[in-house]
Design a protein around this ligand. Structure first.
Ligand code: NAD
Length: 477
């Protein structure tokens, strides 16, 4: 790929490229420009020049371009999904779902664009008051590799419909799909400079997004440590920030839960995308009275998961996306093993066989009897490993679920309305699911509390995050 700056596809100023590898095979899938701060600065200049015309357009006309792009994305979902599988690793079915999810997001913001209005009041003694929502200007988006298409959609949808221009940096291990999606947006009529895509290292290109004073807002998704660095870099220019950071979502399974339904909830909630989802089920608390039966069913289902290259028929879980991610997961499992923190009842290692050659594979893993102070509970486990503990009642379940510095998502599985009423009130999380987990429709806000982040994406509220209010008071003479 090349980078998109001011409507042109260019090489980096240095002319250097980096290779993108298939995490299942180690093969090179493509190349992307190795940009630096100078490339980013020219993208910011282009975004600055495009702002006046773009922000002056009727919001519906901005939305229409996103809508046309969404149609084309859907038409090419298989081709785009294959590219996503090749660079990211997820099974093709999940990849096509993600591409369709990107189209859903664009369509949703098109629908909202028609309703973009300010407020009017006739205030006695002050006259006519208008509250307009104005776009912020140039916005920066920094995205991770785990759900590149969806997270790109979460950022560009509201930012562009609201009238901002944008500079976006994909992750180094999954930039190619983002490049193709930007190409489709340009083909659908997005004017030059409105969306610029710059690839390269976080330490240079990403940091320049955070630091560059012409960028008025940064929306970052990634690890907490990186998010803190972004906040520090953005502080001197007092930028607006949205930080979508890590999570360690608890799932509570009560004794009246539909066991088969809850087991399927774990299969999708933990092992979808090889466990590399911010709102994956990362801690399982199951009532002691049903634990044996629940774990027996769960283990049987986990052992049916077929690990392999996501392009192959029948594969239900791909590799991890990158070597550091696999190394970190192995370190966490080894630490738990060395400290005798729980019992590995299935998995716990990489699969063996020539099919797994140079891929970053790890078997789906269940670890029972995990103590609350284990690294598996205190750190974010970003891979297909599920620590499980039993609880005696709801008080204990809630206490242990809330005993985390994270607060992204959480779920409870029960038939009791009393339990639902209590847990939805008391769980410390930005999203609480009941008898489901992981589902994040664009219509409702998404984001975390505590150290899982600041701000929200999705929903109408996301438009507020990319605009600021201007109050006008008019006294007629
Ligand atoms: P990461 O923080 O390593 O990288 C995210 C992005 O930041 C990449 O594009 C990277 O190049 C860039 N970056 C790195 N250093 C930077 C710096 N100093 N300044 C600016 N940008 C920099 O995260 P990752 O490993 O790509 O993603 C996994 C993490 O993302 C997990 O913790 C996961 O939970 C989290 N995540 C959160 C959400 C959410 O919405 N809350 C969604 C998906 C992923």
């Amino acid at each position: 790929m090349k980078v998109l700056i001011n409507g042109e596809w260019r090489d980096s100023l240095s002319g250097k490229m980096f290779a993108v590898h298939n995490p299942a095979t180690g093969d090179v899938v493509g190349e992307a420009p190795l940009c630096g701060e100078d490339d980013l600065r020219s993208a910011v200049e282009a975004a600055g020049e495009a702002f006046a015309d773009w922000s002056a357009k009727n919001p519906r006309d901005r939305g229409k371009i996103l809508f046309f792009a969404a149609e084309e994305v859907r038409r090419r979902n298989r081709e785009l999904g294959s590219l996503l599988t090749a660079e990211q690793g997820k099974p093709i079915r999940e990849a096509v779902d993600e591409i369709n999810g990107f189209a859903n997001i664009l369509e949703y913001y098109y629908a909202l664009s028609a309703g973009e209005r300010g407020e009017y009041q006739n205030l006695r003694g002050y006259g006519h008051t208008l509250v307009e929502r104005r776009p912020l200007g140039i916005c920066g988006a920094i995205i991770p590799w785990n759900m590149p298409a969806i997270i790109m959609g979460w950022k560009i949808g509201p930012a562009l419909v609201a009238g901002n221009t944008m500079v976006l940096k994909p992750a180094r291990t999954a930039p190619l799909t983002c490049g193709k999606l930007a190409e489709i947006l340009a083909g659908a009529g997005l004017p030059p400079g409105v969306l610029n895509v710059v690839t390269g290292p976080g330490e240079t290109v990403g940091r320049e997004i955070a630091r560059n004073p012409a960028i008025r807002k940064v929306s970052f998704t990634g690890e907490g440590g990186t998010g803190r660095q972004v906040a520090l870099d953005a502080a001197p220019a007092l930028k607006q920030l949205t930080l979508e950071l890590g999570g360690s979502d608890p799932m509570i399974v009560c004794d009246d839960a539909d066991i088969r339904m809850a087991v399927e909830g774990v299969i999708r909630g933990r092992f979808y995308n090889c466990g590399q989802t911010c709102t994956a089920v990362k801690r399982l608390y199951v009532y002691e009275s049903i634990a044996d039966e629940f774990i027996r069913h769960l283990r049987a289902r986990v052992e049916e998961i077929v690990v392999g290259n996501g392009m192959e028929r029948g594969v239900s879980m791909g590799p991890l996306n990158n070597r550091p991610g696999l190394d970190r997961l192995v370190r966490q499992v080894d630490a738990a093993r060395e400290r005798d923190e729980g019992e590995i009842i299935t998995g716990g290692r990489a699969p063996e066989g020539k099919n797994y050659g140079r891929g970053f594979f790890f078997l789906p893993t269940l670890i029972t009897r995990v103590p609350q102070d284990s690294v598996l509970f205190s750190e974010e486990v970003f891979g297909p490993v599920l620590p499980i503990a039993t609880v005696t009642d709801l008080d204990e379940a809630l206490e242990r679920a809330n005993d985390s510095r994270y607060g992204l998502g959480a779920s409870v599985w029960t038939r009791s309305t009393d339990v639902i009423a209590r847990v939805t009130r008391e769980l410390e999380a930005g999203i609480v699911w009941v008898n489901q987990h992981l589902r994040t429709p664009p219509e409702v806000p998404f984001g975390g509390t505590k150290e899982s982040g600041i701000g929200r994406e999705n929903g109408r509220r996301a438009l507020d995050e990319y605009t600021e209010e201007k109050t006008v008071l008019i006294r007629l003479q």
